[in-house]
Design a protein around this ligand. Structure first.
Ligand SMILES: Nc1nc2c(ncn2[C@@H]2O[C@H](COP(=O)(O)OP(=O)(O)OP(=O)(O)O)[C@@H](O)[C@H]2O)c(=O)[nH]1
Length: 507
């Protein structure tokens, strides 16, 4: 095969290996087929083999599309069910207009997976607001309580736990329906356990945030981009395959023309030989040679013309081929950068702008592996705002949110460049101290705690002191992440037990 075609196949291989990377984890069957196409291209750079491999790709892309439709149907059903469950609860009053408009949106857009995060986010927001309203009604005025619509049942811990059970089971079912890359599997399990295991409605807002983050990663626009892209890719690969076949045929026809020309020459030479042998006078011999030369010249011109035409065609189709492959490469690069952008969004917490729990998990595992391999010290600190519920209950959730934005800013003033701060969830933050001894980390934690405690927070004009408690642990080089984290969490519990605004470290 000629070098240009070799280069094209090489680019094709590169593109396919990028696609396999992008598609990874989304559909295992699709992964296997892309791998087999890559293997076939590597073993035999033959157009027929490429064509056969591409045929297997087509039904998979169709199946992927069908799966998407059934996921969309379940998604729609679960969202509508979630709205009804919360609306039907005896202690809640969902605003009818907002509910109706959201239901209309769901019915209109359920098939467009790029709209899912938005629909889910709106649903969860409406559910959250409805539930928060019901919890704040506990403190509402007598008039408010008298004019409550569903007066037969007051919110009690039992009702709250009933709400939590209804909502959390519907959410857990929704989560069962989503596919996530492997690294999020543990997080998904944790959230499902937390949802089905907790009956405390106060945990719901934080859990809802985590659900949104996960759904954003799982069903974000990336899925739709990927399906669209795979369909496009399928067409592009098919057309590249046609070009390869045309090229192959053209080469075959060039070699048959060459053979024909060789045979024509041979015939002329043989005929001339016998004519020369039989010639009787010089003039007729001259005439004969002239005629033969003329015929040979004509055959040569004809061959040259046809070769030039073939070469022109071949060059044209190689250029087209190169353009197609480079377009595929551009598409792959574009898709990759948009996926990276979305993953970056999904890794950051919208309230504080800090990296979130998913980002923490992406960061801590490689750091622990490297600390164990290089025998370096590493500490983690779990930090929790003290009596945060009281802040919410006294000044409202908006002020609570403001405090959650300000606390990490104060913490950051006491952190060094290599220290990594995450919002782990709710009012809990985690700091990773890479290459830091327990004594050094303890000193940093005391500085963090002091930085928060010494800052007066302005609550509607009133300066209020907010404090945090910290549990600190040193990685022993062998233990699992969960063991390390649980130890830090136990130390945090001790800090709370011993009066809060404290740092407790490993013994
Ligand atoms: N405003 C606001 N509140 C949140 C958010 N996430 C979690 N919370 C609230 O944080 C509070 C945490 O309360 P608890 O876990 O009882 O703890 P605490 O009141 O801080 O008490 P201690 O930890 O024992 O000092 C709950 O009321 C949650 O609803 C958020 O994003 N914004």
């Amino acid at each position: 095969m000629d070098p240009v075609q070799d280069k094209t196949i090489e680019s094709l291989l590169k593109t396919i290996s990028r696609i396999s990377m992008l598609a990874e984890g989304n559909d295992p069957e699709l992964d296997t087929t892309l791998q087999s196409i890559r293997g076939n291209l590597g073993r035999s750079q033959n157009a027929e083999v490429v064509q056969a491999s591409l045929k297997t790709l087509e039904p998979l892309v169709l199946k992927y599309d069908e799966d998407r439709l059934s996921r969309a149907q379940t998604f729609r059903a679960k969202l509508l069910e979630l709205l009804d469950v919360v609306d039907d609860l005896p202690t809640t009053q969902m605003p009818t207009k907002a509910k109706k408009s959201l239901e209309a949106d769901i019915r209109k857009h359920w098939q467009t997976s790029s709209k899912w995060p938005e629909l889910l986010s709106k649903t969860i927001q409406l559910v959250s607001e409805t539930l928060k309203q019901q919890s704040s009604e506990k403190n509402s005025s007598l008039l408010g309580r008298l004019f409550r619509r569903k007066t037969d049942r007051m919110p009690t811990p039992e009702n709250n736990s009933e709400i939590m059970t209804h909502v959390s089971h519907t959410l857990a079912a929704l989560l069962t329906n989503i596919t996530l890359p492997d690294i999020y599997r543990d997080q998904l399990m944790d959230i499902k356990h937390a949802l089905t295991g907790s009956s405390d409605i106060n945990h719901l807002p934080a859990l809802l945030d985590e659900v949104i983050t996960l759904i954003m990663i799982a069903v974000g626009k990336t899925q739709e981009d990927l399906t669209l892209y795979l369909n496009q890719l399928n067409q592009q690969l098919a057309s590249i395959n046609d070009s390869l076949l045309a090229n192959y045929k053209a080469q075959k026809s060039i070699s048959s023309h060459r053979k024909q020309l060789g045979e024509t020459f041979q015939d002329h030479v043989n005929n001339t030989k016998s004519d020369v042998h039989n010639a009787t006078d010089l003039n007729s011999l001259k005439q004969l040679i002239n005629d033969r030369m003329h015929t040979i010249n004509e055959a040569m011109t004809l061959f040259q013309n046809s070769m030039q035409e073939q070469e022109k065609q071949a060059a044209k189709s190689i250029t087209q081929l190169k353009n197609k492959v480079s377009r595929m490469e551009q598409d792959a690069t574009q898709l990759r950068s948009s996926m990276q952008e979305k993953i970056a969004q999904a890794l950051s917490d919208s309230l504080t702008g800090l990296p979130n729990r998913a980002a923490y998990q992406d960061t801590i595992f490689p750091l622990l592996t490297s600390a164990a391999q290089n025998k370096q010290q590493l500490c983690i600190a779990v930090c929790d705002v003290d009596h945060f519920k009281v802040i919410n209950d006294t000044w409202g959730h908006l002020t609570g949110d403001k405090v959650l934005r300000l606390v990490p800013r104060q913490m950051q003033t006491a952190l060094k460049k290599d220290h990594l701060l995450f919002r782990y969830g709710g009012e809990e933050f985690v700091v990773i101290f890479p290459m830091t001894s327990l004594d050094q980390a303890f000193e940093h934690c005391q500085n963090i705690r002091n930085a928060v405690a010494s800052t007066p927070f302005n609550m509607n004009g009133e300066p209020i002191s907010v404090t945090i408690s910290i549990g600190l642990s040193l990685f022993d080089g062998k233990e699992s992440h969960d063991e390390l984290f649980n130890r830090a969490d136990k130390n945090l519990y001790q800090a709370k037990q011993q009066g809060r605004n404290k740092v407790i470290r490993d013994n």
